[in-house]
Design a protein around this ligand. Structure first.
Ligand SMILES: O=C(O)CCC(=O)C(=O)O
Ligand SMILES: [Fe+2]
Length: 352
């Protein structure tokens, strides 16, 4: 293999073309900005225990109390589960993966059309730099707003493969239904009115797609595809690569590898639902390691309330036995990103 794409801003100190990805020889050691130093969460460990995180058949959560309990227990311990019975066919999931792979393998001139602007998150590129101490992720991503529909920036959407947009809209529509089902099930599992979380998201809820591309990395012992983070979202639904593992979850002081179940979707609770549930549901720390030989692709769909909408713990989950754990917040997405890139935990900063 002659080379791989290196996330841009990393190697380039030129601020005039921060998005220009560079071609680096495979043998080169990773530039120092990528090297993960020892952190509170330990060093890069590519072979931790492989654990089966809970599996929930979401087609049963309204008919089986056991399945609903499983969902509740999963979200209050791991903060995530593998969803089966979600009703999206395996052939359609393959189509979503294929469209992502086809986009990432296009020539750079073609991907260039989707490049994000220097200070914006939306579009194609590598890490948005917000701190000079930032350790860079060994990945490129395509980040697109899908809902509300009038906020789509179609000039950043890939033209190739030519059905990319159509597949994304169909996928996002199906995922939005799955998210709604999860929010209702979460409420029911806590004996709350079923629409309570949905109402907090409002009719202007934002759904974003994040296509992640992790090139092979010769030093997967030193570098991360995506640093340790918890998601800014209410909930994230993740379609993993069908063959290449990489996702790890942090629980009880240990990193665990998340196995691949090709037809499952990972429901990963985000910070904003941890806040709304007053800490009952957990937004887990997770990260992605790199692979020395194989690239990896994943597609994450995130939902959060509109930036200007204030959210906080729902009243019914605050009482004398369970005092309010979090402040009310607005525009939490941007705040979370800034904390993340500085190595801080955003949720800690909004605790009472
Ligand atoms: O690539 C993955 O498996 C995880 C991606 C992720 O955590 C994210 O996009 O927030
Ligand atoms: Fe994530």
């Amino acid at each position: 293999m002659a080379g791989f794409l290196l996330p841009a801003e990393a190697a380039s100190s030129s601020s005039s073309a921060p998005n220009e990805l560079q071609q680096m020889p495979f043998e080169e050691p990773p530039p120092s900005q990528f090297i993960v130093k020892e952190s509170a969460f330990g060093s890069v460990e590519s072979s931790p225990p492989l654990v089966q995180i809970p599996i929930v058949d979401v087609s049963l959560v309204f008919s089986s109390q056991d399945e609903l309990e499983k969902l509740k227990n999963a979200l209050s311990s791991w903060g995530c589960f593998q969803a089966i019975g979600h009703g999206i066919s395996s052939s359609f999931l393959d189509k979503v993966r294929e469209a992502a792979e086809q986009f990432f393998s296009l020539p750079m001139e073609e991907k260039h059309k989707c490049f994000r602007a220097v200070n914006e998150a939306e579009g194609y590129g590598s890490d948005l730099i917000v701190s000079d101490k930032q350790i860079l992720d060994w990945s490129n991503r395509l980040f697109l707003m899908v809902f509300p529909e009038n906020q789509r920036r179609l000039n950043l959407w890939p033209e190739m493969p030519n059905d990319f947009g159509e597949i994304l809209i169909e996928y996002a529509t199906k995922i939005r239904s799955l998210m709604d089902l999860c929010f209702k099930a979460m409420a029911k599992s806590l004996q709350l009115e079923e629409d309570i979380f949905l109402k907090h998201f409002g009719d202007q809820a934002v759904v974003q797609a994040r296509y992640n591309f992790y090139p092979p990395c010769p030093r997967s012992d030193l570098v991360l595809g995506l640093k340790s983070h918890s998601d800014k979202s209410g909930v994230t639904i993740l379609l993993q690569d069908q063959q290449v593992e990489g996702l790890q979850l942090f629980k009880d002081g240990t990193w665990f590898k998340v196995p691949i179940i090709p037809q499952a979707l990972i429901v990963n609770l985000g910070d904003q639902m941890e806040i709304m549930s007053n800490g009952i549901f957990k937004s887990p720390l997770h990260r992605v390691t790199t692979n020395t030989e194989r690239m990896r692709v994943s597609v994450a769909m995130l939902i959060e309330p509109a930036a200007e909408q204030e959210i906080g713990p729902v009243d019914d989950l605050v009482d004398e036995k369970r005092p309010r754990l979090y402040q009310n917040v607005k525009n939490y997405g941007a705040f979370n990103y800034h904390c993340y890139q500085k190595g801080l935990v955003a949720l800690d900063a909004v605790k009472m």
